[in-house]
Write a protein that binds this ligand. Sequence first.
Ligand code: KIV
Length: 280
Amino acid sequence: MTKVTTSSLGELKRKGERIVALTAYDAPTARLLDEAGVDVALVGDSVANVKLGYANTIPVTVDEMLHHVKAVRRGLERALLVADMPYLSYELDAREALRHAGRLVKEGGAEAVKVEGGLEVAPVVKELLRINVPVMGHLGLTPQAVNKLGGFKVQGRRPQDAEKIVTDARILEGAGVFAIVLECVPEDLAREVTRKLSVPTIGIGAGAGCDGQILVVDDLLGMGQGPTPKFVKRYADLRPQMLDAIKRWSGDVRTAAFPGPEQTYGTKPPAAREPRERRP
Ligand code: KIV
């Protein structure tokens, strides 16, 4: 097992090898990511809407993030663990940003943090690096800005918006980020940013020209309810299977078919009662 680091991601870009990133919010999923050889596990603030029932990512707090970062830390060995800094944990004051990032790293075990935005977050990126916290950037559709953006829409279609994304990407690179997530931007723009930067780009809804790809794990596994964005490809359809299992079990409880003898303890210990369960 070779541990993934921020610098090994840069190495992958230089070698032209794609980076595989996925969100994770709990320990069992983190173990699955490691078993599958995923490079980056992101505890995204998408935990807010994917797991915690919020309408979007804005309400999630540092404490809530920390709870999930710790769980992922306990399940993860190989992949790089990146934690999202939630809305208002880094925008107001550099000292607060350092304290919050420090908690995600020191208490949660994150190896890097992710912040949304360009020019406006560059000073925070530099401050975080000063206390040795590596930073991933996030440009394009930045969900923490959903109210300003007027919804979850493709960004950078107008020339002036595309130019701003390219400029912001350069500024973030100059500030020292080790990678940048590009969310919901046209493929040509993502290719241009990818070509112009020496740090890797990781796309979500940004086409095939990025150095890597990331998805929300529940989208990939088909665990969510309702429609998914165009950029999602489902590799499994788990929600109907989960619903079916819960319904069948409920039916068995109601008809007293569950628990059966196999799920029931007798008064004798299993070794005496069920010799086939004895270990050699
Ligand atoms: O919060 C999140 O899950 C993210 C990814 C979608 C990039 O930021």
